[in-house]
Design a binder for this molecule. Sequence first.
Ligand code: G6P
Length: 607
Amino acid sequence: MCGIIGILGTDDVAERLVEGLRRLEYRGYDSAGVATVHDGRIERQRAEGKLNNLARKLGQEHLPGHSGIAHTRWATHGAPTEDNAHPHIIGDVVLVHNGIIENFKPLRDELLAEGRTFNSQTDTEVVGHLVAREVERGASPEAAVKAVLPRLHGAFALAIMFKSDPDLIIGARLGAPLVVGYGEGENYLGSDAIALAPLTQRIAYLDEGDWAMVRRAGVQIFDKDNNPVERPITLSGITGALIDKGNHRHFMQKEIYEQPVVVAQTLSSYLRTLEARVALPDMEFDLGSVERVAIVACGTASYVGAIGKYWIEQLARVPVEVDVASEFRYREPVLGPNTLGLVISQSGETADTLAALRHMKACGVTTAGIINVPTSSMAREVDLLLPTHAGPEIGVASTKAFTCQLAVMAALSANLARAKGRLEAAEEARLVRHLTEVPAAMNAALSHDAEIEGMAHTIAGARDVLYLGRGPDYPLALEGALKLKEISYIHAEGYAAGEMKHGPIALIDESVPVIVIAPSGPLFEKTVSNMQEVQARGGKVVLISDAEGLAQAGEGALATIEMPKVHPLIAPLVYAVPVQLLAYHVAVAKGTDVDQPRNLAKSVTVE
Ligand code: G6P
Protein backbone atom coordinates (compact mmCIF):
# COMPACT_ATOMS: atom_id res chain seq x y z
CA MET A 1 0.00 0.00 0.00
CA CYS A 2 1.68 3.06 -1.25
CA GLY A 3 1.45 6.26 -3.27
CA ILE A 4 2.37 6.48 -6.93
CA ILE A 5 2.79 9.31 -9.40
CA GLY A 6 3.97 9.61 -13.01
CA ILE A 7 4.76 12.67 -15.14
CA LEU A 8 5.28 12.97 -18.88
CA GLY A 9 6.69 16.48 -18.75
CA THR A 10 8.27 19.12 -20.92
CA ASP A 11 11.30 19.56 -18.64
CA ASP A 12 13.03 17.63 -15.85
CA VAL A 13 10.47 15.91 -13.64
CA ALA A 14 12.36 14.52 -10.62
CA GLU A 15 11.66 17.50 -8.37
CA ARG A 16 8.01 17.62 -9.28
CA LEU A 17 7.71 13.90 -8.67
CA VAL A 18 9.11 14.34 -5.16
CA GLU A 19 6.69 17.22 -4.56
CA GLY A 20 3.87 14.85 -5.59
CA LEU A 21 5.19 12.17 -3.23
CA ARG A 22 5.07 14.66 -0.34
CA ARG A 23 1.33 14.77 -0.83
CA LEU A 24 1.18 10.99 -0.91
CA GLU A 25 3.22 10.28 2.22
CA TYR A 26 -0.07 9.65 4.02
CA ARG A 27 -0.12 6.36 2.09
CA GLY A 28 3.17 5.20 3.60
CA TYR A 29 6.68 6.35 4.32
CA ASP A 30 8.85 3.26 4.63
CA SER A 31 10.91 4.15 1.56
CA ALA A 32 10.66 6.30 -1.55
CA GLY A 33 12.06 6.31 -5.07
CA VAL A 34 12.03 8.02 -8.44
CA ALA A 35 12.94 6.74 -11.92
CA THR A 36 13.17 8.58 -15.20
CA VAL A 37 13.64 7.50 -18.80
CA HIS A 38 16.36 9.71 -20.22
CA ASP A 39 18.61 9.44 -23.23
CA GLY A 40 17.74 5.80 -23.84
CA ARG A 41 18.49 4.88 -20.22
CA ILE A 42 16.46 4.27 -17.08
CA GLU A 43 17.80 6.46 -14.26
CA ARG A 44 16.78 5.78 -10.68
CA GLN A 45 17.28 7.00 -7.14
CA ARG A 46 15.81 5.30 -4.08
CA ALA A 47 16.12 5.71 -0.31
CA GLU A 48 15.00 3.88 2.80
CA GLY A 49 12.80 5.72 5.30
CA LYS A 50 11.10 9.06 4.99
CA LEU A 51 10.88 11.04 1.77
CA ASN A 52 13.44 13.57 3.03
CA ASN A 53 16.12 10.89 2.67
CA LEU A 54 15.30 10.61 -1.03
CA ALA A 55 15.09 14.40 -1.43
CA ARG A 56 18.54 14.71 0.17
CA LYS A 57 19.99 12.14 -2.26
CA LEU A 58 18.42 13.90 -5.23
CA GLY A 59 19.83 17.20 -3.97
CA GLN A 60 23.31 15.71 -4.11
CA GLU A 61 22.88 13.98 -7.46
CA HIS A 62 20.59 15.46 -10.11
CA LEU A 63 18.32 12.96 -11.83
CA PRO A 64 17.71 14.14 -15.42
CA GLY A 65 14.71 13.17 -17.54
CA HIS A 66 11.39 14.61 -18.74
CA SER A 67 9.49 11.37 -18.12
CA GLY A 68 9.32 9.69 -14.75
CA ILE A 69 7.49 7.69 -12.14
CA ALA A 70 7.82 7.76 -8.37
CA HIS A 71 6.66 5.91 -5.30
CA THR A 72 6.32 6.18 -1.54
CA ARG A 73 6.02 2.82 0.17
CA TRP A 74 4.20 1.13 3.01
CA ALA A 75 5.87 -2.26 3.14
CA THR A 76 3.75 -5.35 2.49
CA HIS A 77 6.09 -7.88 0.85
CA GLY A 78 9.68 -7.49 1.99
CA ALA A 79 11.33 -5.29 4.61
CA PRO A 80 11.51 -1.53 4.08
CA THR A 81 15.02 -1.65 2.59
CA GLU A 82 16.42 0.20 -0.41
CA ASP A 83 16.42 -3.03 -2.46
CA ASN A 84 12.70 -3.41 -1.89
CA ALA A 85 12.01 0.27 -2.61
CA HIS A 86 10.20 1.08 -5.85
CA PRO A 87 10.62 1.83 -8.73
CA HIS A 88 11.76 -1.65 -9.75
CA ILE A 89 13.75 -2.03 -12.95
CA ILE A 90 13.53 -5.30 -14.84
CA GLY A 91 15.32 -5.22 -18.18
CA ASP A 92 13.83 -2.41 -20.22
CA VAL A 93 10.84 -2.00 -17.93
CA VAL A 94 10.52 0.15 -14.81
CA LEU A 95 7.43 0.21 -12.61
CA VAL A 96 5.80 1.34 -9.40
CA HIS A 97 2.91 -0.39 -7.67
CA ASN A 98 0.36 0.21 -4.95
CA GLY A 99 -1.51 -2.82 -3.64
CA ILE A 100 -0.87 -6.51 -3.23
CA ILE A 101 -0.53 -9.13 -5.95
CA GLU A 102 -2.09 -12.04 -4.10
CA ASN A 103 -0.90 -14.74 -6.53
CA PHE A 104 2.66 -13.44 -6.62
CA LYS A 105 4.08 -16.68 -5.22
CA PRO A 106 3.05 -19.02 -8.09
CA LEU A 107 3.95 -16.30 -10.59
CA ARG A 108 7.34 -15.89 -9.00
CA ASP A 109 7.89 -19.66 -9.00
CA GLU A 110 7.02 -19.75 -12.70
CA LEU A 111 9.53 -17.00 -13.45
CA LEU A 112 12.23 -18.55 -11.24
CA ALA A 113 11.79 -21.85 -13.08
CA GLU A 114 12.64 -20.01 -16.29
CA GLY A 115 15.89 -18.86 -14.71
CA ARG A 116 14.82 -15.27 -14.07
CA THR A 117 16.44 -13.66 -11.05
CA PHE A 118 14.93 -11.31 -8.51
CA ASN A 119 16.54 -8.37 -6.77
CA SER A 120 13.85 -7.78 -4.16
CA GLN A 121 11.31 -9.62 -2.04
CA THR A 122 8.44 -7.58 -3.44
CA ASP A 123 5.39 -8.82 -5.28
CA THR A 124 5.85 -5.84 -7.61
CA GLU A 125 9.00 -7.20 -9.16
CA VAL A 126 6.99 -10.21 -10.35
CA VAL A 127 4.75 -7.89 -12.39
CA GLY A 128 7.83 -6.20 -13.83
CA HIS A 129 9.27 -9.57 -14.89
CA LEU A 130 6.01 -10.64 -16.52
CA VAL A 131 5.87 -7.41 -18.55
CA ALA A 132 9.60 -7.53 -19.38
CA ARG A 133 9.23 -11.13 -20.53
CA GLU A 134 6.52 -10.12 -23.01
CA VAL A 135 8.66 -7.24 -24.26
CA GLU A 136 11.65 -9.57 -24.67
CA ARG A 137 9.43 -11.86 -26.75
CA GLY A 138 8.77 -8.94 -29.09
CA ALA A 139 5.53 -7.53 -27.72
CA SER A 140 4.87 -3.79 -27.80
CA PRO A 141 4.53 -2.14 -24.36
CA GLU A 142 0.77 -2.02 -24.90
CA ALA A 143 0.52 -5.67 -25.86
CA ALA A 144 2.82 -6.68 -23.02
CA VAL A 145 0.71 -4.99 -20.35
CA LYS A 146 -2.51 -6.25 -21.93
CA ALA A 147 -1.18 -9.80 -21.73
CA VAL A 148 -0.05 -9.51 -18.11
CA LEU A 149 -3.01 -7.75 -16.45
CA PRO A 150 -5.39 -10.74 -16.56
CA ARG A 151 -2.79 -12.83 -14.76
CA LEU A 152 -2.70 -10.57 -11.70
CA HIS A 153 -4.97 -11.31 -8.73
CA GLY A 154 -5.38 -8.97 -5.79
CA ALA A 155 -5.38 -5.21 -5.75
CA PHE A 156 -3.13 -2.94 -7.69
CA ALA A 157 -2.50 0.45 -9.16
CA LEU A 158 0.48 0.35 -11.50
CA ALA A 159 2.51 2.89 -13.44
CA ILE A 160 4.89 1.32 -15.94
CA MET A 161 7.53 2.93 -18.20
CA PHE A 162 9.64 1.51 -20.96
CA LYS A 163 13.24 2.37 -21.87
CA SER A 164 12.24 2.21 -25.52
CA ASP A 165 9.53 4.86 -25.25
CA PRO A 166 10.05 7.98 -23.13
CA ASP A 167 6.65 9.27 -24.27
CA LEU A 168 4.61 6.57 -22.57
CA ILE A 169 3.44 5.64 -19.10
CA ILE A 170 0.95 2.79 -18.84
CA GLY A 171 -1.31 2.88 -15.82
CA ALA A 172 -3.67 0.16 -14.61
CA ARG A 173 -5.92 -0.21 -11.60
CA LEU A 174 -7.93 -2.88 -9.83
CA GLY A 175 -8.98 -2.36 -6.24
CA ALA A 176 -6.56 0.53 -5.68
CA PRO A 177 -7.16 4.08 -6.89
CA LEU A 178 -5.50 5.68 -9.91
CA VAL A 179 -6.27 8.96 -11.64
CA VAL A 180 -5.15 10.52 -14.90
CA GLY A 181 -4.24 14.22 -14.89
CA TYR A 182 -4.46 16.31 -18.04
CA GLY A 183 -1.95 19.18 -18.43
CA GLU A 184 -0.69 21.56 -21.13
CA GLY A 185 1.57 19.47 -23.34
CA GLU A 186 2.06 17.18 -20.33
CA ASN A 187 0.01 14.38 -18.84
CA TYR A 188 0.10 12.63 -15.50
CA LEU A 189 -0.88 9.60 -13.44
CA GLY A 190 -1.31 9.55 -9.68
CA SER A 191 -2.85 7.70 -6.76
CA ASP A 192 -5.14 10.67 -6.16
CA ALA A 193 -6.02 14.17 -7.31
CA ILE A 194 -4.19 15.65 -4.30
CA ALA A 195 -0.84 14.38 -5.58
CA LEU A 196 -1.47 16.03 -8.94
CA ALA A 197 -2.92 19.28 -7.56
CA PRO A 198 0.16 21.47 -8.25
CA LEU A 199 0.31 20.05 -11.81
CA THR A 200 -3.31 20.10 -12.91
CA GLN A 201 -6.88 20.31 -11.71
CA ARG A 202 -8.21 18.33 -14.69
CA ILE A 203 -8.65 14.79 -13.44
CA ALA A 204 -10.19 11.58 -14.77
CA TYR A 205 -10.81 8.77 -12.28
CA LEU A 206 -10.07 5.35 -13.72
CA ASP A 207 -12.74 2.73 -13.06
CA GLU A 208 -12.11 -0.72 -11.65
CA GLY A 209 -10.14 -2.79 -14.17
CA ASP A 210 -9.28 0.20 -16.38
CA TRP A 211 -5.87 0.67 -17.89
CA ALA A 212 -4.51 3.71 -19.69
CA MET A 213 -1.86 4.59 -22.26
CA VAL A 214 -0.70 8.03 -21.17
CA ARG A 215 1.25 10.09 -23.72
CA ARG A 216 2.01 13.81 -23.88
CA ALA A 217 -0.33 14.26 -26.83
CA GLY A 218 -3.24 12.39 -25.24
CA VAL A 219 -4.52 9.56 -23.12
CA GLN A 220 -6.31 6.40 -24.24
CA ILE A 221 -8.29 4.56 -21.59
CA PHE A 222 -9.47 0.95 -21.86
CA ASP A 223 -11.82 -0.99 -19.63
CA LYS A 224 -11.15 -4.44 -18.17
CA ASP A 225 -12.24 -6.05 -21.45
CA ASN A 226 -9.83 -3.82 -23.41
CA ASN A 227 -12.60 -1.73 -24.97
CA PRO A 228 -11.64 1.93 -25.45
CA VAL A 229 -13.64 4.04 -22.99
CA GLU A 230 -14.00 7.72 -22.04
CA ARG A 231 -13.81 8.64 -18.39
CA PRO A 232 -15.16 12.09 -17.60
CA ILE A 233 -12.64 14.82 -16.82
CA THR A 234 -13.57 16.66 -13.63
CA LEU A 235 -12.07 19.75 -12.03
CA SER A 236 -10.58 18.69 -8.70
CA GLY A 237 -10.62 22.15 -7.09
CA ILE A 238 -7.84 21.00 -4.75
CA THR A 239 -5.35 23.69 -3.82
CA GLY A 240 -1.78 23.24 -5.06
CA ALA A 241 -0.29 24.73 -1.91
CA LEU A 242 1.20 22.29 0.56
CA ILE A 243 -0.47 22.45 3.94
CA ASP A 244 1.95 23.72 6.59
CA LYS A 245 2.04 23.41 10.36
CA GLY A 246 1.50 27.11 11.01
CA ASN A 247 2.83 27.95 14.47
CA HIS A 248 2.51 24.40 15.67
CA ARG A 249 5.26 21.91 16.28
CA HIS A 250 3.40 19.02 14.69
CA PHE A 251 0.47 18.57 12.32
CA MET A 252 -1.28 16.56 15.01
CA GLN A 253 -1.11 19.50 17.42
CA LYS A 254 -2.35 21.87 14.72
CA GLU A 255 -5.21 19.55 13.88
CA ILE A 256 -6.23 19.17 17.55
CA TYR A 257 -6.37 22.96 17.77
CA GLU A 258 -8.37 23.30 14.55
CA GLN A 259 -11.23 21.27 15.96
CA PRO A 260 -13.49 24.06 17.25
CA VAL A 261 -13.39 25.64 13.79
CA VAL A 262 -13.75 22.55 11.62
CA VAL A 263 -16.41 21.00 13.85
CA ALA A 264 -18.32 24.30 13.63
CA GLN A 265 -17.92 24.23 9.82
CA THR A 266 -19.16 20.66 9.68
CA LEU A 267 -22.08 21.32 12.01
CA SER A 268 -23.10 24.41 10.05
CA SER A 269 -23.92 22.26 7.05
CA TYR A 270 -26.15 19.97 9.14
CA LEU A 271 -27.85 22.39 11.53
CA ARG A 272 -30.60 24.86 10.61
CA THR A 273 -30.18 26.91 13.74
CA LEU A 274 -32.93 29.42 12.95
CA GLU A 275 -35.47 26.67 12.47
CA ALA A 276 -33.88 24.65 15.32
CA ARG A 277 -33.68 21.64 13.05
CA VAL A 278 -31.10 19.11 11.98
CA ALA A 279 -30.91 18.48 8.22
CA LEU A 280 -29.11 16.02 5.99
CA PRO A 281 -28.30 16.49 2.30
CA ASP A 282 -31.13 15.57 -0.08
CA MET A 283 -31.53 11.85 -0.49
CA GLU A 284 -33.52 9.56 -2.69
CA PHE A 285 -34.67 7.20 0.01
CA ASP A 286 -36.89 7.54 3.02
CA LEU A 287 -34.94 7.46 6.28
CA GLY A 288 -38.19 6.51 8.00
CA SER A 289 -38.07 3.11 6.29
CA VAL A 290 -34.71 2.22 7.88
CA GLU A 291 -35.15 -0.67 10.28
CA ARG A 292 -31.53 -1.43 10.98
CA VAL A 293 -28.18 0.31 10.57
CA ALA A 294 -24.97 -1.58 9.79
CA ILE A 295 -21.93 0.59 10.47
CA VAL A 296 -18.54 -0.39 9.07
CA ALA A 297 -15.22 1.41 9.50
CA CYS A 298 -11.60 0.95 10.57
CA GLY A 299 -9.46 2.34 13.38
CA THR A 300 -10.52 5.65 14.82
CA ALA A 301 -13.50 5.87 12.46
CA SER A 302 -14.82 2.57 13.86
CA TYR A 303 -15.06 4.18 17.32
CA VAL A 304 -17.24 6.89 15.81
CA GLY A 305 -19.45 4.02 14.69
CA ALA A 306 -19.45 2.54 18.20
CA ILE A 307 -20.47 5.90 19.69
CA GLY A 308 -23.10 6.22 16.95
CA LYS A 309 -24.61 2.92 18.04
CA TYR A 310 -25.40 4.42 21.46
CA TRP A 311 -26.81 7.59 19.91
CA ILE A 312 -28.91 5.99 17.16
CA GLU A 313 -30.34 3.33 19.44
CA GLN A 314 -31.16 5.83 22.21
CA LEU A 315 -32.60 8.53 19.98
CA ALA A 316 -34.14 6.65 17.06
CA ARG A 317 -34.68 3.20 18.66
CA VAL A 318 -33.29 1.61 15.51
CA PRO A 319 -30.97 -1.37 16.11
CA VAL A 320 -27.38 -0.80 15.05
CA GLU A 321 -24.48 -3.13 14.55
CA VAL A 322 -20.90 -1.98 14.21
CA ASP A 323 -18.14 -3.96 12.56
CA VAL A 324 -14.51 -3.30 11.89
CA ALA A 325 -14.38 -3.50 8.13
CA SER A 326 -11.78 -6.27 7.92
CA GLU A 327 -14.22 -8.63 9.70
CA PHE A 328 -17.45 -7.51 8.12
CA ARG A 329 -17.57 -9.34 4.79
CA TYR A 330 -16.04 -12.52 6.07
CA ARG A 331 -18.56 -13.11 8.82
CA GLU A 332 -21.28 -13.19 6.16
CA PRO A 333 -23.47 -10.54 7.76
CA VAL A 334 -27.21 -10.77 7.40
CA LEU A 335 -28.29 -7.63 5.55
CA GLY A 336 -32.03 -7.15 5.34
CA PRO A 337 -33.86 -5.01 2.80
CA ASN A 338 -34.41 -2.07 5.18
CA THR A 339 -30.86 -1.92 6.40
CA LEU A 340 -28.91 1.30 5.96
CA GLY A 341 -25.23 0.51 5.39
CA LEU A 342 -23.07 3.28 6.82
CA VAL A 343 -19.33 3.56 6.20
CA ILE A 344 -17.16 6.06 8.04
CA SER A 345 -13.77 7.06 6.70
CA GLN A 346 -11.50 10.07 6.73
CA SER A 347 -9.68 9.15 3.53
CA GLY A 348 -12.53 7.38 1.75
CA GLU A 349 -9.89 4.98 0.41
CA THR A 350 -9.30 2.46 3.23
CA ALA A 351 -9.35 -0.84 1.36
CA ASP A 352 -11.21 -2.84 4.01
CA THR A 353 -13.96 -0.23 4.32
CA LEU A 354 -14.22 0.18 0.56
CA ALA A 355 -14.55 -3.58 0.11
CA ALA A 356 -17.26 -3.65 2.81
CA LEU A 357 -19.10 -0.82 1.06
CA ARG A 358 -19.03 -2.72 -2.22
CA HIS A 359 -20.22 -5.85 -0.45
CA MET A 360 -23.18 -3.96 1.00
CA LYS A 361 -24.03 -2.52 -2.40
CA ALA A 362 -23.80 -5.94 -3.98
CA CYS A 363 -26.28 -7.17 -1.34
CA GLY A 364 -28.70 -4.45 -2.45
CA VAL A 365 -28.30 -2.36 0.70
CA THR A 366 -28.72 1.43 0.52
CA THR A 367 -25.47 3.02 1.64
CA ALA A 368 -24.38 6.25 3.24
CA GLY A 369 -20.86 7.44 4.03
CA ILE A 370 -19.44 9.90 6.54
CA ILE A 371 -16.34 10.83 4.57
CA ASN A 372 -13.78 13.62 4.67
CA VAL A 373 -12.21 13.44 1.20
CA PRO A 374 -15.02 14.30 -1.25
CA THR A 375 -13.15 13.03 -4.32
CA SER A 376 -12.38 9.64 -2.77
CA SER A 377 -13.58 6.26 -4.03
CA MET A 378 -16.06 5.85 -1.17
CA ALA A 379 -17.44 9.36 -1.60
CA ARG A 380 -18.11 8.56 -5.24
CA GLU A 381 -19.66 5.16 -4.55
CA VAL A 382 -22.04 5.71 -1.61
CA ASP A 383 -25.70 6.45 -2.27
CA LEU A 384 -25.74 9.26 0.26
CA LEU A 385 -22.59 11.26 0.99
CA LEU A 386 -22.51 12.87 4.42
CA PRO A 387 -19.36 14.98 4.18
CA THR A 388 -17.20 16.08 7.07
CA HIS A 389 -15.47 19.42 6.58
CA ALA A 390 -12.32 18.73 8.57
CA GLY A 391 -10.03 19.84 5.72
CA PRO A 392 -6.89 17.84 4.93
CA GLU A 393 -5.75 15.80 7.91
CA ILE A 394 -2.01 15.17 7.70
CA GLY A 395 -1.07 13.70 11.09
CA VAL A 396 -1.37 9.92 10.87
CA ALA A 397 -3.23 9.81 14.18
CA SER A 398 -6.72 11.00 13.36
CA THR A 399 -8.02 13.85 15.54
CA LYS A 400 -10.12 16.49 13.81
CA ALA A 401 -11.59 13.95 11.38
CA PHE A 402 -12.80 11.96 14.42
CA THR A 403 -14.68 14.83 16.02
CA CYS A 404 -16.10 16.00 12.68
CA GLN A 405 -17.33 12.45 12.06
CA LEU A 406 -18.97 12.51 15.49
CA ALA A 407 -20.68 15.80 14.63
CA VAL A 408 -22.17 14.25 11.48
CA MET A 409 -23.09 11.10 13.37
CA ALA A 410 -25.02 13.20 15.89
CA ALA A 411 -26.88 14.91 13.04
CA LEU A 412 -27.65 11.58 11.39
CA SER A 413 -28.90 10.11 14.68
CA ALA A 414 -31.25 13.06 15.20
CA ASN A 415 -32.51 12.89 11.60
CA LEU A 416 -33.18 9.22 11.87
CA ALA A 417 -34.98 9.77 15.16
CA ARG A 418 -37.17 12.42 13.56
CA ALA A 419 -37.85 10.28 10.49
CA LYS A 420 -38.90 7.44 12.82
CA GLY A 421 -41.28 9.79 14.65
CA ARG A 422 -39.26 9.64 17.84
CA LEU A 423 -37.99 13.19 18.09
CA GLU A 424 -40.36 15.93 19.16
CA ALA A 425 -39.65 19.41 17.82
CA ALA A 426 -38.79 20.69 21.31
CA GLU A 427 -36.30 17.86 21.85
CA GLU A 428 -34.78 18.47 18.41
CA ALA A 429 -34.39 22.17 19.27
CA ARG A 430 -32.60 21.17 22.48
CA LEU A 431 -30.24 18.87 20.56
CA VAL A 432 -29.47 21.61 18.05
CA ARG A 433 -28.68 23.98 20.91
CA HIS A 434 -26.36 21.46 22.56
CA LEU A 435 -24.57 20.80 19.28
CA THR A 436 -24.02 24.50 18.64
CA GLU A 437 -22.31 24.65 22.05
CA VAL A 438 -19.66 22.12 20.98
CA PRO A 439 -17.06 24.49 19.44
CA ALA A 440 -17.01 26.71 22.55
CA ALA A 441 -16.80 23.68 24.83
CA MET A 442 -13.90 22.36 22.76
CA ASN A 443 -12.13 25.68 23.19
CA ALA A 444 -12.62 25.40 26.94
CA ALA A 445 -11.18 21.87 26.80
CA LEU A 446 -8.16 23.14 24.84
CA SER A 447 -7.43 25.69 27.55
CA HIS A 448 -6.18 22.80 29.74
CA ASP A 449 -3.37 22.00 27.34
CA ALA A 450 -0.55 23.18 29.62
CA GLU A 451 -1.81 21.09 32.58
CA ILE A 452 -2.06 18.02 30.38
CA GLU A 453 1.45 18.63 29.08
CA GLY A 454 2.57 18.82 32.72
CA MET A 455 1.21 15.37 33.55
CA ALA A 456 2.47 13.77 30.33
CA HIS A 457 5.92 13.08 31.77
CA THR A 458 4.44 10.83 34.46
CA ILE A 459 2.49 8.82 31.87
CA ALA A 460 5.45 8.69 29.48
CA GLY A 461 7.30 6.47 31.97
CA ALA A 462 4.51 3.87 32.10
CA ARG A 463 4.63 0.53 30.35
CA ASP A 464 0.86 0.04 30.28
CA VAL A 465 -2.01 2.49 30.49
CA LEU A 466 -5.72 1.74 30.86
CA TYR A 467 -8.61 3.94 29.72
CA LEU A 468 -12.07 3.51 31.21
CA GLY A 469 -15.44 4.90 30.21
CA ARG A 470 -19.10 3.96 30.18
CA GLY A 471 -21.84 4.43 27.59
CA PRO A 472 -20.69 6.50 24.61
CA ASP A 473 -17.54 7.33 26.56
CA TYR A 474 -16.51 3.68 26.44
CA PRO A 475 -15.64 3.84 22.70
CA LEU A 476 -13.88 7.10 23.52
CA ALA A 477 -11.77 5.14 26.02
CA LEU A 478 -10.92 2.75 23.18
CA GLU A 479 -9.98 5.73 21.01
CA GLY A 480 -7.82 7.17 23.81
CA ALA A 481 -5.93 3.90 24.10
CA LEU A 482 -5.48 3.69 20.32
CA LYS A 483 -4.17 7.28 20.17
CA LEU A 484 -1.64 6.59 22.89
CA LYS A 485 -0.50 3.28 21.39
CA GLU A 486 -0.05 4.56 17.87
CA ILE A 487 2.01 7.63 18.61
CA SER A 488 3.82 6.90 21.90
CA TYR A 489 4.23 3.10 21.48
CA ILE A 490 3.02 2.60 25.07
CA HIS A 491 0.75 -0.40 25.47
CA ALA A 492 -2.74 0.86 26.25
CA GLU A 493 -6.18 -0.71 26.52
CA GLY A 494 -9.63 0.80 26.62
CA TYR A 495 -12.31 -0.90 28.72
CA ALA A 496 -15.92 -0.45 29.58
CA ALA A 497 -15.46 0.71 33.18
CA GLY A 498 -17.84 -1.97 34.48
CA GLU A 499 -15.92 -4.71 32.71
CA MET A 500 -12.68 -3.99 34.61
CA LYS A 501 -13.60 -6.32 37.43
CA HIS A 502 -13.93 -9.22 34.99
CA GLY A 503 -10.24 -9.44 34.23
CA PRO A 504 -8.19 -6.33 33.57
CA ILE A 505 -8.26 -5.34 37.24
CA ALA A 506 -5.60 -8.02 37.68
CA LEU A 507 -3.21 -5.68 35.87
CA ILE A 508 -3.63 -2.86 38.33
CA ASP A 509 -0.74 -1.79 40.52
CA GLU A 510 0.88 1.55 41.25
CA SER A 511 2.77 1.50 37.94
CA VAL A 512 -0.34 1.44 35.71
CA PRO A 513 -1.97 4.84 35.12
CA VAL A 514 -5.73 4.59 34.58
CA ILE A 515 -7.40 7.36 32.62
CA VAL A 516 -11.07 7.61 33.62
CA ILE A 517 -13.43 9.46 31.28
CA ALA A 518 -16.47 10.33 33.40
CA PRO A 519 -18.63 13.34 32.68
CA SER A 520 -21.15 13.91 35.44
CA GLY A 521 -24.51 12.47 34.48
CA PRO A 522 -26.51 9.26 34.74
CA LEU A 523 -23.50 6.93 34.43
CA PHE A 524 -21.17 8.95 36.63
CA GLU A 525 -21.63 7.19 39.94
CA LYS A 526 -21.21 3.75 38.48
CA THR A 527 -18.02 4.80 36.71
CA VAL A 528 -16.71 6.32 39.93
CA SER A 529 -17.32 3.03 41.75
CA ASN A 530 -15.19 1.27 39.14
CA MET A 531 -12.55 3.96 39.54
CA GLN A 532 -12.51 3.40 43.28
CA GLU A 533 -11.94 -0.31 42.72
CA VAL A 534 -8.80 0.72 40.84
CA GLN A 535 -7.69 3.14 43.56
CA ALA A 536 -8.26 0.53 46.25
CA ARG A 537 -5.62 -1.56 44.51
CA GLY A 538 -3.03 1.19 44.33
CA GLY A 539 -3.89 2.23 40.76
CA LYS A 540 -3.02 5.81 39.78
CA VAL A 541 -6.07 7.53 38.35
CA VAL A 542 -6.29 10.51 36.01
CA LEU A 543 -9.91 11.61 36.20
CA ILE A 544 -11.38 13.61 33.33
CA SER A 545 -14.70 15.13 34.38
CA ASP A 546 -16.49 18.43 34.87
CA ALA A 547 -16.33 20.60 38.02
CA GLU A 548 -19.27 18.75 39.57
CA GLY A 549 -17.72 15.35 38.90
CA LEU A 550 -14.30 16.39 40.15
CA ALA A 551 -15.77 17.86 43.33
CA GLN A 552 -17.52 14.57 43.98
CA ALA A 553 -14.76 12.14 43.09
CA GLY A 554 -11.51 13.94 42.30
CA GLU A 555 -9.94 13.39 45.68
CA GLY A 556 -7.21 10.79 45.68
CA ALA A 557 -6.63 10.98 41.94
CA LEU A 558 -3.09 11.29 40.63
CA ALA A 559 -4.37 14.15 38.46
CA THR A 560 -7.63 15.63 37.27
CA ILE A 561 -8.59 17.42 34.06
CA GLU A 562 -11.61 19.69 34.27
CA MET A 563 -13.98 19.81 31.33
CA PRO A 564 -16.86 22.23 30.86
CA LYS A 565 -20.26 20.88 31.87
CA VAL A 566 -21.90 19.53 28.72
CA HIS A 567 -24.92 17.47 27.73
CA PRO A 568 -24.08 13.72 27.69
CA LEU A 569 -24.78 13.62 23.92
CA ILE A 570 -21.93 15.94 23.10
CA ALA A 571 -19.54 14.75 25.81
CA PRO A 572 -17.56 12.42 23.47
CA LEU A 573 -16.82 15.37 21.15
CA VAL A 574 -15.55 17.53 23.98
CA TYR A 575 -13.77 14.83 26.01
CA ALA A 576 -11.95 13.75 22.85
CA VAL A 577 -9.80 16.87 23.21
CA PRO A 578 -8.00 16.00 26.49
CA VAL A 579 -7.68 12.40 25.35
CA GLN A 580 -5.92 13.54 22.17
CA LEU A 581 -3.78 16.11 23.98
CA LEU A 582 -2.64 13.53 26.50
CA ALA A 583 -1.50 11.11 23.78
CA TYR A 584 0.17 13.97 21.93
CA HIS A 585 2.16 15.26 24.90
CA VAL A 586 3.18 11.78 26.03
CA ALA A 587 4.51 11.10 22.52
CA VAL A 588 6.39 14.41 22.49
CA ALA A 589 7.83 13.62 25.93
CA LYS A 590 8.98 10.25 24.59
CA GLY A 591 10.48 11.87 21.49
CA THR A 592 8.63 9.72 18.95
CA ASP A 593 7.75 10.82 15.43
CA VAL A 594 4.30 12.16 16.27
CA ASP A 595 3.03 12.84 12.75
CA GLN A 596 4.48 9.75 11.11
CA PRO A 597 4.66 7.01 13.74
CA ARG A 598 6.53 3.86 12.91
CA ASN A 599 4.87 1.13 10.83
CA LEU A 600 1.67 3.12 10.24
CA ALA A 601 0.15 4.92 7.29
CA LYS A 602 -2.60 7.47 7.18
CA SER A 603 -4.59 5.62 4.57
CA VAL A 604 -4.35 1.85 4.41
CA THR A 605 -5.25 0.81 0.88
CA VAL A 606 -4.54 -2.90 1.24
CA GLU A 607 -6.74 -5.49 2.91
C1 G6P B 1 -5.34 3.96 9.43
C2 G6P B 1 -4.98 5.21 10.22
C3 G6P B 1 -6.01 5.47 11.30
C4 G6P B 1 -7.40 5.53 10.69
C5 G6P B 1 -7.72 4.26 9.89
C6 G6P B 1 -9.01 4.41 9.08
O1 G6P B 1 -5.15 2.84 10.22
O2 G6P B 1 -3.68 5.08 10.81
O3 G6P B 1 -5.75 6.71 11.93
O4 G6P B 1 -8.35 5.70 11.70
O5 G6P B 1 -6.68 4.01 8.96
O6 G6P B 1 -8.81 5.38 8.11
P1 G6P B 1 -9.96 6.10 7.32
O7 G6P B 1 -9.26 6.97 6.31
O8 G6P B 1 -10.78 5.04 6.67
O9 G6P B 1 -10.74 6.89 8.31
